[in-house]
Structure formats: C-alpha cells, structure tokens
Write a protein that binds this ligand. Sequence first.
Ligand code: PHE
Length: 367
Amino acid sequence: MTDTNESKLAEALAAIRDASDAAALDAQRVTALGKQGWVSQLLKTLGGMSPEQRQSEGPRIQSIRAQVSDAIVARKSEIDAAALEAQLASETLDLTLPAPDAPRGSVHPVSQVMDELAEIFADMGFSVATGPEIEDDWHNFTALNMAETHPARAMHDTFYFPDRDAEGNRMLLRTHTSPVQIRSMVAQGAPVRIIAPGRVYRSDSDATHTPMFHQIEGLVVDEGIHLGHLKWTLETFLKAFFERDDIVLRLRPSYFPFTEPSVEVDVGWKDVKGRRVLGGDGDAPGHGWMELLGSGVINRRVIEFAGLDPDKWQGFAFGVGVDRLAMLKYGMDDLRAFFDGDPRWLAHYGFSPFDQPTLSGGVGARA
Ligand code: PHE
C-alpha cells in the first residue's frame, strides 16, 4: 500500500465524518465508491497485477473499500437519527389541548324517530323486520286483498317499472310498508310480532306529501288478537313516543282492504283543556288534528294469502308515517325540507350521534 493511498483514505474518512447532511455524504460516496471513484479505480488495478502483487495488494485495497463504506453507513445513521430528533423537536403535540372544532354530522330526524320507535317497540316485545323497496305486485297489493281490479289500487299513485321480473310479476316501488306483513308471515309463520321501518313511494307532492316518505309497519299475529289489543298498543306507543300522558287520540272508522275493521288514528294538537301539546302547524284553521296512522284487525283473507289458518290466527296491523311523527314531536312544518339536505336545517333539527334513544334515558333526544 502506497502512502498516497493511506493519505487518501485518511482524507476520505475525515470528509465522511464531516459530512453535515445526506447530500454531502452522498457526494463523498460518489467520490470514493462511484463508478469513477478513486476506490473503484484502485480495485480495477488488481486486474493488471502479477499474482504475487495481487496477493499482497488485494487485501489492502479491499480493506480501504470496506473502511470507506463502513464509515459511510455509520455517518448515514448518525445523520438520520439527527434528522428524526430535529423533526420530533419541531413537531410538538400537546395532548392536553382541547380537541379542534372538527366538522360535525348530525342524525336526521327520520333516523332519530325510527330509532326511538325501535326502542319503544322492543320494550313491548317487537323485533325489527325489513323488506325490499322494489316490490312485486303480489306482495304490495294482491296478497293484501287488493286484486288487479281493486279500486283501492288507484288510491296509491303507484310508480311501476316498465319491465316485469323473471317470473312475470309486475314490479313497482312499494307504496307502503304493508308488504312486509306478508313477507314476515310467510317467512316466520305465527305467532309474529314485528315492526318494519322503511321508505315508501307515491306519486304525490305538496307541503305534507313527498314522492318518497317513511313508514313503520306494525304487525302482531297470535291466537285471539282483537281490536282492544290494537287500541292499547297504539295508545301506549304514542304516549311513550310523545313522552306525555295527555296526548289526545281520535280513532275514526275507516277502510283498508287488508284490515277489517279498520281504524284511522289522528292525534290532537291540543289536550282536552285546549292547551297546546304538540309542535308544528296546529293553529292553522281546520288543523286541530293530524292524521297519523292507519290500522285495523287483519282481514282473514290476508292471513290466508300468507299461508296461515285464519280460524287459528288473528292479528292487528298498523302503518304510521315516520316523517309526520317527527314533524309533530320536533316542530317542523314543511315536509319537503326533510329531503333537501340543507346543512343549516340538519344542524338545527338533527340530533347528536352520541344521544341514542333508550327507554331508561328517555326516548326523546335532549337538545
Ligand atoms: N298501509 C296503509 C297505508 O299506507 C296503512 C295501514 C297499515 C293500514 C296497516 C292498516 C294496517 O295507508
């Protein structure tokens, strides 16, 4: 080994030790170990040496290469560690600071009311069932005692699909949640006790009607069910929902093809003493009552359509407008705003996701 090489090595090691950042270190690496670097050139001289020379010079030159590359690796890890230290020092994070004001979502009143109803009915032993929004003619109408020619079909302003399904059924957007009655009885038999929340569709639109709205269906099938069970259930549910005992209900005889007898239920804006008990548009003339739900004792033909024996099984059913329940309880007066998605409306009428309704905590959300 020549002195030149010794001093070149000493110089290189010093320069590597002095490299202040990754770029400076890399420049040193190129100078020594790059293709044109002096250590690489030195390695190439081995080819022209005699075997004896190579015996003595080989290990020396290899040792120079190893010392340089070891020095580079060592300095590299020092530089990286220093960079990490600097980063940690500059990016302090104070975990004791309050959380930043992040954008907050809210639970839509429709979802909130559905959760409240699920809680109230769970307490009465009802489970939650669902059915498809794209329904066939048989479940939506025929099995509910509305044959093809039944005049009640015209009342529903149905959205039909142009094509039939594989079995030739006419398809439609369900006009009510009542087809879930049929699906539940067919699937579970009897006894059955379910509520079925969901979207329904009718071609209709003004301040109190939108083409899509929400219903909750209730269905109880058991032995010896009669109108009294229906009345008690509705009263218990509405008092729990509105969280007051002075709610006034008006039960009117009505007609639905799938219930007999049928009862429509209105809720009054005022109690028996004329005191306002509900929010919303109750002071408008002729608006003392809000129509809330349809119900009745299940027509025995419907029990038969669902494959059960109507001499053994009886039941009651009801269908209630979820949007209307929300308007009454929380005081909105235009249904259309429910579906505009206006963030100001949602911020005002929406609920905290941390405020899940429970019977023990109160089903009404705290403001
Ligand atoms: N499906 C009826 C409607 O949408 C409501 C209803 C449900 C009536 C169950 C009676 C029994 O108007």
